[in-house]
Design a protein around this ligand. Structure first.
Ligand code: ADP
Ligand code: MG
Length: 240
């Protein structure tokens, strides 16, 4: 096996004694789809924020592509992010929001427009190019955030419950789109969800957490057929 692309080594994060995560160690292969799974408050978002650089760990080390990025700024980590809270520019149109990063990187306009068209097609947003985020529903805004992450072309994409504001039908189709895109582009996705069906159906590797600690890392099949403890078995609905 080639060297892991993303590595967390014994990461801990606390706030005034409040535990975020502890003893989190993880190796993520390039091009894989990894789901961070577990109940609310188990430390999924904290782990993702530590990976992204939005939080700096109290202990441990983070490597991306062999580089120590433990204390690097988010902008120096070569990754894109999709969060529940969209983080769109309110004064920019859908097209401008999606192409923002490409423009900053001076990608030529025809290429920008082609990437925009493809991303909007995938996310079902063709025809919404000129709208402002304030003129969109929550679900549409989330799809703009997805489209923006898609066109960014970064090797790693971090997603925090990106489908949670979508209705069930849309969630299903966007889920497939995310998965297909991840495979087509060969990007590494770290995907936070509390929904075990989502994790089990999308991920190559599932990281199940509880109370700030990893309970088990494995393929969906491994978690199901060889659960490490009763918590894992119950969470994934494995037979007793
Ligand atoms: P999850 O995403 O799995 O629901 P989080 O990673 O958001 O869980 O939270 C893990 C724990 O860390 C929770 O107990 C939460 O209250 C705590 N936590 C997260 N962020 C902060 C913060 N900024 N200040 C204090 N406690 C926090
Ligand atoms: Mg969370």
């Amino acid at each position: 096996m080639t060297a892991p692309f993303v590595v967390l080594k014994d990461i801990a994060k606390r706030w005034n004694g409040q535990l975020g995560v502890e003893g989190v160690s993880l190796e993520i292969a390039e091009g894989s789809f990894v789901a961070l799974l577990g109940p609310s408050g188990c430390g999924k978002s904290t782990t993702l924020r530590l990976l992204s650089g939005l939080e700096i760990p109290d202990e441990g080390q983070i490597l991306i592509a062999g580089q120590d990025v433990t204390t690097s700024a988010a902008s120096d980590r070569n990754l894109s992010m999709v969060f529940q809270s969209y983080a769109l520019f309110p004064h920019l149109s859908v097209a401008e929001n999606v192409m923002f990063g490409l423009k900053v990187r001076r990608v030529p306009k025809p290429e920008r427009l082609e990437k925009l068209r493809r991303a909007l097609e995938i996310t079902g947003l063709l025809g919404y190019e000129a709208r402002k985020p304030g003129e969109l529903s929550g679900g549409q805004r989330q799809r703009v955030a997805l489209a923006r992450a898609i066109v960014a072309g970064k090797p790693v994409c971090l997603m925090d419950e990106p489908l949670s504001n979508l209705d069930a039908k849309l969630r299903n189709s966007v889920r497939k789109d995310i998965k297909k895109l991840q495979q087509d582009l060969g990007i590494t996705v770290v995907y936070v969800t509390h929904d075990q069906t989502e994790a089990m159906s999308m991920a190559d590797m599932v990281v199940l957490m509880k109370d700030g600690r990893i309970q088990q890392v494995g393929t969906p099949q491994q978690l199901y057929s060889e659960p490490a403890n009763t918590f894992v078995a119950e969470f994934v609905g494995a037979p007793p």
